[in-house]
Ligand binder design. Structure first.
Ligand code: ARG
Length: 460
């Protein structure tokens, strides 16, 4: 086993199992480009401040660029014995350009280096998440416009409540996602802060320029406290919280998709491309993608809790425990991006069984509120109107008919003032379109809602 880059004060080499336990290269190699960008910014700053010579800086930068080329050609072999992405790159550099490569780590520690990489990675992934949310929102708007006037049953307690527009129901998810997008955008101000230059914990004796590297890496500011800079993982927790809320939203949506495509509901038909079959039951077409998203929302909740527990007992400043931030964060990021993207395709390709949806609202008692509201227009106090309507619903159930099938003569025995304009009011379309309040379910209100929603999505 070759000597570790930090091996000066050691006389024995590391136990093999320990080396394997200690390494993180299997996980953190995805930080390759972020580490490279950090290296290049740092070396440029060192040269700019005359901490290293122009010639040395040039040699180092050329060496780093050559490593990027090797990496892209697939000829770079990361080694577990060099622990992590940071030491692997430094080792590769020294192999390529000789001992001058060792100057790269002047005025820096792996503690501010890994923190920098993680901030860069978090920023990049946050932007991808925001973009993916935006695409899903776009699909929801398209779907809502396509089926703008289709009526479906609205539920409370999973019991038919009142007829609503399918588009109104779908747009609910748009606004959930919009809050998610806002939360991720808000996080960026804490993500986009530079820890570089904080050293191991205390700063550095070299005359570095932290604004220079912050600017080069696109950060908005520098951490005011070097100890905080290397110890802070709050921004990762923030992002993981946001990921959890987003996954929870997708999980709720998944639950509806799963119900809606069942034989019992038949509201939608999922595309073959987004479903799976059964190894035994030839008739099956299962909504596995929605189930996986629902399931994975549990996994990312566990990831968040895992990192929170890792952090809660840590004294300042850097502790190796912090290496554990990666696995859970990377898994959560991968999961949420895939989930949003797969969801987008699943929604885009599904069919809405409009005829069936409309029929369901015509064959239930979800127009009972219309009847009560109608009695109110006859100057009956709402509480009494509710009681009378309840009795009428009971009468209809007992006689196995719907409210619209109750004869006028019977209505008149209960409320003499009633006349036959009651029947048009029992039509679900009438019920829906009377809800003209600003956030209500009428076609007009939902059209205005969609117009408003469109101002929140970035156009390609
Ligand atoms: N691989 C380490 C991590 O992910 C890098 C920092 C190591 N620093 C140290 N002092 N051992 O946290």
């Amino acid at each position: 086993m070759s000597k570790a880059l930090w091996g000066g004060r050691f006389t024995q080499s590391m136990n093999e199992q320990v080396a394997n336990f200690n390494q993180s290269i299997e996980v953190d190699q995805r930080l390759f480009y972020h580490d490279m960008n950090g290296n290049i910014a740092h070396v440029n700053m060192l040269q700019n401040k005359n901490i290293i010579s122009k010639d040395d800086a040039e040699l180092i930068i050329n060496g780093l660029n050559a490593i990027v080329q090797d990496y892209e050609a697939g000829t770079v072999d990361f080694k577990k014995e060099y622990e992590d992405i940071h030491l692997n790159i430094e080792k590769l550099l020294i192999e390529k350009i000789g001992p001058v490569g060792g100057k790269m780590h002047t005025a820096r520690s792996r503690n501010d280096q890994v923190a920098t990489d993680m901030h860069l990675y978090a920023r990049e992934q946050t932007e991808t998440i925001i973009q993916s949310i935006n695409e899903l929102q776009h699909v929801l708007i398209t779907l809502s416009k396509k089926y703008l006037s289709v009526i479906m049953p609205g539920y409370t307690h999973m019991q038919r409540a009142q007829p609503i527009l399918f588009s109104h129901h779908i747009m609910t998810y748009f606004w959930m996602l919009n809050r998610d997008k806002e939360r991720f955008n808000d996080c960026l101000k804490r993500v986009n802060v530079s820890p570089l230059g904080s050293g191991a914990l205390a700063g550095t004796t070299f005359p570095i320029d932290q604004q220079f590297t912050a600017h080069a890496l696109g950060f908005d500011s520098v951490y005011p406290n070097s100890i905080d800079a290397v110890s802070d993982r709050d921004y990762i927790l923030d992002l993981m919280h946001n990921i959890n809320v987003l996954m929870m939203h997708l999980s709720r949506f998944s639950e509806e998709i799963i119900l809606w495509c069942s034989e019992e509901f038949k509201f939608i038909t999922l595309s073959d491309a987004y479903t799976t079959g059964s190894s035994i039951m030839p008739q099956k077409k299962n909504p596995d993608m929605a189930e996986l998203v629902r399931g994975k929302s549990g996994t990312v909740a566990g990831n968040y809790m895992g990192l929170l527990m890792t952090l809660k007992g840590l004294p300042l400043a850097y502790n190796k425990d912090l290496q554990e931030d990666k696995q859970s964060f990377f898994n959560s990021v991968d999961t949420v991006i895939q989930s949003v993207q797969i969801f987008t395709g699943m929604i885009e390709s599904m069919e809405v069984n409009t005829e069936h949806l409309i029929e369901t609202t015509k064959s239930d008692y979800s127009n009972a509120t219309e009847l009560a509201d109608y009695f109110v227009t006859l100057n009956i106090p709402f509480r009494e109107a509710h009681e009378i309507t309840g009795k009428l619903v009971l009468y209809a159930i007992d006689n196995d008919i719907l409210l619209k099938d109750i004869p006028l003569s019977h209505y008149k025995t209960v409320v003499p003032k009633i006349n036959d304009d009651i029947y048009e009011k029992l039509d679900p379309a009438y019920a829906v379109n009377r809800r003209t309040n600003v956030n209500g379910t009428s076609i007009n209100s939902v059209s205005l809602q969609i117009e408003k929603a469109e101002t929140y999505i970035q156009k390609e």
